[in-house]
Ligand binder design. Structure first.
Ligand SMILES: CC(C)(COP(=O)(O)OP(=O)(O)OC[C@H]1O[C@@H](n2cnc3c(N)ncnc32)[C@H](O)[C@@H]1OP(=O)(O)O)[C@@H](O)C(=O)NCCC(=O)NCCSC(=O)C[C@H](O)C(=O)O
Ligand SMILES: [Mg+2]
Length: 298
């Protein structure tokens, strides 16, 4: 992989990851014009049992046909404990999306089994595994799951299932879910993986949604999963570095280069102490900003 390709892969924007019901042909078409970074074409919760087979065909055909531009395409298959899973996985592997998302992954062994099944189904190498972490056992095995395979690229929080399993309520600030969110984040970062926050169910509550995006960003998530096109733009804004952050990051990198040239290991910018670690973070923010700019220009 060239240095440019590695940089593009490392900083690929995944701010907004929109679920779309796989049975909804109109939504699949509409998504070609929605500015989401990634689209999850869903065969699981958003599809009624009677529509599972037709949704599978429709989603796989949409992936093969393409037309989604830079948007990453992910197929969410039904869980491993369902009768649809094996057929979903085989069909999705053949369609070759950017990733296959598997619900309710609870152990490293499951990741290994998914990987074996993908290889057996002839999935192309570019098709990664994304895992939903949404059960108490997944929270407790999060590091094993995140580090099970280099093919596993992204963890997705399933906060509805997690809330159900924990028997907790959805409340502003998400206090009952913070332990699970934190464990999953720690695991993803320790394993060097991307992690995306769960969905906000009330599509009419813009204020509550904005607050939850801000919380997700502050906690360290790379982006948020979404259920409605109206959530995409505010989410992109929430998970993009601000102009002020980019300006300050550039100042930090410049001040650091000057300090290094003078043999100093510490410097201040806007009154704050800057050390090597702050410079690393400033460089990361600038790279994220560049990747977003490149995405907007394409
Ligand atoms: C939530 C919805 C059911 C709301 O639907 P509706 O009231 O019909 O929305 P609108 O009338 O405002 O829709 C306006 C237009 O936008 C299109 N649309 C709506 N949603 C999507 C979408 N997700 N992707 C693409 N396009 C979408 C409509 O078709 C309208 O188009 P037009 O007719 O041309 O005007 C609905 O938004 C919806 O179904 N959302 C997705 C639900 C879903 O995927 N759920 C499963 C994933 S969430 C999950 O599983 C969580 C996780 O596992 C966990 O445990 O937490
Ligand atoms: Mg779920």
């Amino acid at each position: 992989m060239t240095a440019e390709a590695k940089q593009a892969a490392d900083f690929r924007p995944r701010r907004s990851v929109l679920y779309m019901p796989g049975a909804n042909e109109r939504a699949l078409e509409k998504a070609k014009g929605i500015p989401a970074d990634a689209l999850i074409l869903d065969l699981e919760d958003a599809v009624a049992p009677s529509a599972k087979e037709s949704a599978r065909e429709r989603v796989c055909a949409a992936v093969v046909e393409g037309g989604y531009g830079q948007r990453e395409l992910i197929i969410r298959v039904n869980g491993r404990d369902t009768d649809w899973h094996a057929d979903d996985l085989r069909a999705a592997a053949k369609a070759g999306p950017d990733a296959i998302l598997v619900p309710k992954v609870g152990s490293a062994d499951e990741v290994h089994a998914i990987e074996r099944d993908l290889v057996a189904a002839g999935a192309p190498e570019h098709t990664k595994i994304w895992a939903m972490v949404e059960t108490p056992i997944a929270m407790l095995h999060a590091l094993d799951i995140a580090s099970a395979s280099p093919r596993l690229a992204v963890l997705i929080m399933g906060t509805n299932d997690l809330a159900k399993e924990l028997r907790v309520e959805h409340v502003p600030g998400r206090a009952p879910l913070l332990t699970g969110l934190g464990l999953s984040l720690l695991a993803a970062r320790a394993a060097g993986k991307v992690i995306i926050d769960g969905v906000y169910n009330n599509v009419k509550d813009a204020e509550g949604f904005a607050a939850e995006c801000q919380q997700g960003r502050e906690l360290g998530f790379d982006g948020k999963t979404l259920i409605h096109p109206g959530q995409v733009e505010p989410c992109n804004t929430a998970f993009s570095p601000t102009e002020a952050q980019l300006t300050e990051s550039a100042e930090i990198v410049k001040a650091w280069a000057e300090a290094e040239a003078e043999g100093r290991g510490v410097v201040t910018v806007n009154g704050r102490m800057i050390e090597n670690l702050h410079v690393d973070n400033a460089r990361r923010l600038l790279a994220v900003g560049e990747a977003i700019k490149a995405r907007s220009a394409s």
